[in-house]
Every structure is written in structure tokens, then in C-alpha cells.
Design a binder for this molecule. Sequence first.
Ligand SMILES: [Zn+2]
Length: 190
Amino acid sequence: MSTDYLSTVDMPLRLSMGRIRSQMQELGYGLLAYCGYRSPQEQARLYRRSRSYAEIVAKMAWYEQHGLGLLAQYLERVGPQAGQIGAHVTQAGPGESWHQYRQAVDAVPVVDSRLCWDYPAVTAAESDAWVMYQTLIGQEGLTWGGTWATPDACHVQLSTTGGPLDRAQPSAAIAERQIAECAARYGWDD
Ligand SMILES: [Zn+2]
């Protein structure tokens, strides 16, 4: 079974990533997308995996303080997750990643059937593939996670702002309503 992860994101991003993949293929590379839409439940599982219960309680309190009780509920309901405390796979809690809004994709270049997980790359061929991928991302006007303070080279998003919640805080009541609208619009009820 194969999943077309690009089909799970909004059309402008889907089309851009499709063009990038085609151009990579013309140059003899591949591009494998392995995550598009990620539900708030899955984001909550990733977030809880590496954090203590005290950290989760503090994060839930933070959501509540900002009128984002719905997002606190996602964090609570997935329950404890097995993992190594401190080994964070994500900085984003549920609702804090563009993946929840269908506006981000995780992908890696492919060279000679090998997935290029390493960035910076270890071989010249893989380095060339990353350079080409980064160039094409820029040409499409997308934002690449590889240049961030905490680099995330596999991550591409439509928005130039790091987090979707940053601009949604004029008041608690407005934020809560916006989140409810997001849940309906982006299909968070899985
Ligand atoms: Zn990502």
C-alpha cells in the first residue's frame, strides 16, 4: 500500500511540491514525501513522547491561558506515550504545526534509490540533491525548514511564519472560536 501524502495538503502546496518532484526527476533524482496532513492527535502523540508529565501539564495550562482549551484536550486525550524524555522529535504541540492546517510537507531527496536523511549530506551526490531541492523550494516561494535555528531540513511549508498560532491571539474568545473553525475546516475530528 502506498499513500500519496501530497494529496493530503492544500492545493497550492500540492501543486508546488508536484512541480518540484517532477523537476527533481528530470535531473535524475527522486523526492519522497512522507508526511502531509498530520492530525492534532498525532502531533500530540509526538509531543508527549519526549516530555515529562509535569511538562505536559504546564503545556495544557499554557493552552488554557490563551483560550485554546480545545488544543489542551487533544494533548490530554492521547494519554501517556512511550519514549525517551528530552529526545524531542518536535517543538510543536497540537495545533502549533502547519501540518495540522494542511500547509506543510515533510520530504527527502532520493539519490540512486537511497533516501537522503542526512542534512548536511555526507556524500557529494546527496549534497547536490539537497542543493537542487533547496533551489526548487525557493523558486516555488515555499519556506524551507533547513535554515531555521533548529534545522528541520525535511520540512517545507507555505507560510513564512514559523507557527500558525503566533498571529491568532488578540483575545482568548477569538482564539477559541478560530480553533473551532480550524477543527471543522481541516478535518481534525478523526
Ligand atoms: Zn514537517
